[in-house]
Ligand binder design. Structure first.
Ligand code: BGC
Length: 939
């Protein structure tokens, strides 16, 4: 094979998961690049990075570094300064030591790194709002003159509440809900904007509208208000650089003026009220007369909690034209967007001044076809959010209104007070969610499964809005359990690196010194009580708090993000120690504190059984009586029901195992050994307590078998029997799943991994409830919270947009399409499709940090064909599911001579082929009896 310099190219340079990030506060930003080649079997043998400052002076020149690392290479040059821009390029050498040409230059720019960089003051409108009521949004403005030619300008800004900002009447950026949602007490993001092009010589104006947002609006499961503070405020700093290299800085200060305007109420959950008659044309232009506006006051808040924005922010994404405008049996006008999602309605209309239109946003129609929002609450426990918008016309021709500070989970919009006959083009649905790129696709020959995949993606979009939420309607809370169980599926579909990096920082910030993790992050909670005793009801539940360990581990797996493990090691360890402490004898010696290090014999009182505290248990198994009891009120009896020692002990074991693995990856050998030993103790205790002599697991439920098998908490000799028993339980329920939130992600994996691929497919394809396809058959466009989201009669129940059960997605990609991790970050890939369920084809694509991975198989005329794409600088093992003796070829050629194939192994039920980068099409030319058999079993 001949190579020349053109055999390998470098493109798609990323810094901290982003293209050219502006305003970083990461001291050693990590650099990644993708390699391309038109040849097979190409690797990187060395790289050379050079980083320059804006003047072209070299900051860091690695020289030629022999290494195959092409993702997450940490910058190791001189310490970076606030506002510093770094321009970087990379070139690489292939396996034959031939160099590529230099990549196109990319850049990153640092934000304000120190509290002392902020000369601005927090400003707040001078008037007092009524904390009990919804208050009009403050409008703030200032003007300033620019005397010289501007070279560049950076705006650094954040708010208490949300801000929408304009410069000389032009909106700055297209983001929604800035500064985003974080654990504000600990971390408040600011954004950095390049506003060089928006400034002009002479007078300029900045205008800012503030909304309640998460800061003082309704948030979390209990719709608490004023949680972070009662006063909205702004912190802003504009750095203008002139051609003569001088700088002018404009600040939020007492010069600013404030007033209220057309937004009379803004609340993320409750909605927005806008009176267009109160608009102030030109209010954000320099020439506007603000002499009647009020003053602002300087507020003193610590600047220590300010952090840069390193993850994706919310942006307007898909736009929906209504599929229908209905008149319901109740005579109401209802707009149907055809898709359930999180976002807003943009109104375009005209009518007499003073006419008020009311929009209510709901997810479903009831059995009679009438608009309803009843199911969006939980009885008297949690009322449904209002999700209501009111717009009053100013009566001046066509008016366009786009809400600023609210978002709704909805598909249907009930319209009242519309002037004239509403038409489809009066309403545009705009989806709002964190701007993560979509990196994974899955399709197969079954349209119902394709719809399921669509629904999973849309529940992710609807719920990845600043934080991973349970639903975009009722609670909108960062439930840790939901996030951890969906992280793997969600990270296939979207690039979650930045999103989870941000959220995990909040998780760690809110973790208690004991290691206890709130069940929601951020956790706007006020203590709950049973019989006047405070209860730790919303913290530290097994399967929820374990997000502290599972999410970093998942991100390490899928993105090879080792820094994530490094940065969260303490938090992960603290959580496991918390579990350990609670799994000790209930009568702990006074003053006992969790041991930091485990270099000692287990303490006498250590039992390794976690049977204390509250837990949500498996949560929402079909027919689970606990949620209903719970929502009718918290009593000591429900408390009893919420102790789930089998779940808690199993998660204690699982997290301990992952922590031990993490320690191994980080080179903490001692910890790795000790946590491995701890895991063994927990496993023994679990077996003693929950596994009978006959291999039966207590409680005898599908979830127990799934969890026990997944977390490997059985003596080896019981595994086969346990899997059999699981299958019996599935069959006893008429081939229906019986799992809840925690085990559903693992159910099909456990079945296919233990020889029951056919049962897994049968469950996947089941169409009666409880099942995934029941919802699909009922017309779902998202994943439901409960299996009976819309019952047989057609009535909706609970949230219809909860991604948790969508965690079955991982099985679609990993098993059906067969795109599986072979090494962290997909440095090595396992293609191991397992056809079945009557499918004749399936495919998946995935934009890994190394480049696109693709797989597509099809069965036609008794021929199995698999096409895979392996990115440059990675390798793969391809498993062709055929029995011994079947001949496999690559584009008609015997495997022994195929370029890029490095090894072929024949196993009982598969041919395993080791390959380097490139695209390959393998064909098993003879009838593959086993593949065909799988198909016929389930057709
Ligand atoms: C939420 C869940 C959450 C759960 C805790 C529910 O009300 O919607 O998704 O995980 O409470 O059990």
């Amino acid at each position: 094979m001949t190579m020349n310099t053109a055999s390998i190219g470098v493109q798609d340079l990323l810094c901290e998961y982003e293209h050219n990030p502006l305003g970083l506060d990461v001291g050693e930003p990590r650099l990644s690049w993708k390699l391309v080649s038109d040849q097979r079997g190409i690797v990187q043998s060395a790289y050379h990075i050079r980083v320059m400052d804006e003047q072209g002076d070299m900051l860091w020149d690695t020289g030629k570094v022999p290494s195959d690392q092409s993702v997450h290479v940490s910058y190791r040059g001189p310490t970076l300064r606030s506002g510093q821009r770094c321009i970087w390029q990379v070139r690489v050498w292939d396996g034959n030591d031939h160099p590529s040409i230099w990549s196109e230059p990319s850049w990153w720019e640092m934000g304000l790194l120190h509290p002392s960089d902020w000369q601005a003051h927090w400003i707040e409108p001078a008037w007092d709002d009524d904390p009990e009521a919804f208050n009009p949004c403050p409008y703030l403005r200032t003007t300033f003159a620019l005397s010289k030619q501007v070279i560049s300008a950076r705006l650094y800004v954040t708010a208490h509440g949300l801000y929408e900002l304009s410069l000389n009447g032009q909106r700055v950026g297209d983001a929604y809900f800035t500064p985003g949602y974080t654990s504000y007490h600990h971390r408040l993001q600011y954004q950095t904007y390049d506003v060089s092009d928006l400034l002009r010589a002479g007078e300029n104006a900045i205008g800012v509208v503030l909304g309640d947002g998460w800061y003082r609006g309704s948030i979390g499961a209990f719709s608490l208000r004023n949680y972070y503070g009662q006063r909205l405020g702004l912190l802003l700093q504009l750095h203008v650089r002139y051609a003569d290299d001088s700088e002018q800085v404009l600040l939020s200060d007492e010069q600013w003026r404030a007033t209220t305007g057309p937004i009379l109420k803004s609340d993320l959950k409750e909605g927005e009220i806008y009176d267009a008659r109160l608009e102030m044309p030109g209010w954000d232009q320099p020439e506007f007369d603000a002499s009647r506006w009020q003053s602002v006051r300087i507020a003193n808040y610590s600047l220590e909690n300010l952090v840069a924005t390193n993850g994706p922010i919310v942006r307007p994404r898909e736009r929906f034209v209504p599929v229908a405008i209905l008149t319901t049996p109740a005579g109401e006008t209802v707009v149907d967007m055809g898709q359930n999602f999180s976002g807003i309605v943009q109104l375009k209309l005209s009518g007499p001044a003073g006419t008020t239109i009311r929009l209510q946003h709901g997810e479903a129609l009831d059995k009679d076809g009438n608009f309803t929002m009843e199911h969006l609450g939980l009885g008297s426990f949690l009322p449904p959010p209002a999700q209501e918008v009111r717009y009053t016309l100013k009566g001046e021709g066509e008016e366009v209104y786009t809400p600023s500070f609210t978002t709704h989970g909805y598909r249907y919009v009930k319209v009242e007070g519309f002037p004239g006959t509403p038409m489809r083009d009066n309403f545009t649905g705009i989806a709002l969610y964190s701007d993560l790129s979509e990196i994974g696709t899955f399709t197969c020959s079954d349209p119902l499964l394709n719809q399921l995949q669509h629904n999973i993606l849309w529940s992710q979009k609807s719920n990845f809005l600043e934080i991973p939420t349970d639903c975009p309607t009722r609670e909108r809370a960062g439930w840790t359990g939901d996030a951890q169980l969906f992280a793997r599926t969600g990270s296939f579909l979207m690039q979650t690196g930045g999103f989870f990096t941000k959220w995990l920082k909040d998780l760690a910030a809110e973790q208690k010194p004991s290691g206890r993790v709130p069940n929601m992050v951020p956790s706007p909670e006020r203590g709950m009580q049973i019989n006047n005793n405070p209860v730790d009801f919303l913290e530290g539940a097994a399967g929820w708090g374990d997000a502290a360990v599972i999410v970093p581990w998942t991100l390490y797996q899928v993105f090879g993000d080792q820094r994530m493990l490094h940065e969260h090691y303490e938090s992960m360890q603290a959580w496991v120690e918390y579990e350990r402490l609670n799994a000790q004898d209930k009568h702990k010696p006074a003053g006992y504190t969790a041991p930091r290090y485990l270099e000692r014999e287990p303490l006498a009182h250590e039992r390794y059984l976690w049977d204390t505290n509250y837990h949500w248990g498996e949560w929402l198994e079909p027919d689970d009586p606990v949620p209903a009891l719970l929502f009718s009120g918290l009593t000591p009896e429900t408390q009893q029901l919420l102790s789930a020692p089998h779940v808690a002990t199993a998660y204690f074991a699982y997290s301990t195992h992952l922590l031990s693995e993490t320690a191994r990856v980080l080179g903490k050998e001692q910890d790795a050994r000790e946590y491995a030993a701890l895991y063994q103790h927990i496993k023994d205790a679990y077996i003693r307590e929950f596994v009978g002599q006959d291999g039966r697991i207590t409680p005898e439920k599908q979830a127990s078998y799934v969890r026990t098998l997944t977390f490997d908490l059985l003596p080896e000799e019981f595994r086969r029997r346990a899997a059999q028993r699981l299958v019996e339980l599935v069959q006893q329920s008429g081939t229906h799943l019986g799992t809840g939130f925690l085990s559903t992600p693992f159910l099909l994996h456990v079945l296919s991994g233990n020889g029951y691929l056919d049962v897994a497919y049968a469950l996947l394809k089941q169409e009666t409830s409880p099942s995934w396809l029941y919802a699909v058959k009922k017309g779902a466009t998202t994943i439901w919270e409960s299996w009976n989201g819309i019952d047989e009669k057609g009535n909706p129940h609970n949230s219809l947009n909860h991604y948790s059960y969508g965690a079955v997605g991982s099985w679609l990609y990993q098993v059906v399409a067969g795109l599986e991790l072979g090494a962290p970050g997909y440095k090595h890939i396992l293609f191991q499709p397992q056809p079945g369920g009557g499918l004749s084809a399936a495919s998946a694509t995935y934009q890994s940090l190394y480049g696109e991975i693709a797989t597509r198989w099809q069965i036609e005329d008794h021929t199995f064909q698999l096409t895979v794409t392996v990115p440059v600088n990675t390798t793969a093992t391809v498993g062709i599911p055929v029995t011994l003796g079947r001949q496999v070829t690559e584009r008609g050629q015997g495997l022994a001579t195929v370029e890029g194939v490095t090894q072929v192994r024949q196993e009982q039920d598969a041919t395993l082929i080791e390959v380097g980068s490139g695209t390959y099409t393998f064909t098993a030319n003879h009838p593959a009896a086993d593949v065909i058999a799988h198909r016929s079993l389930t057709t």
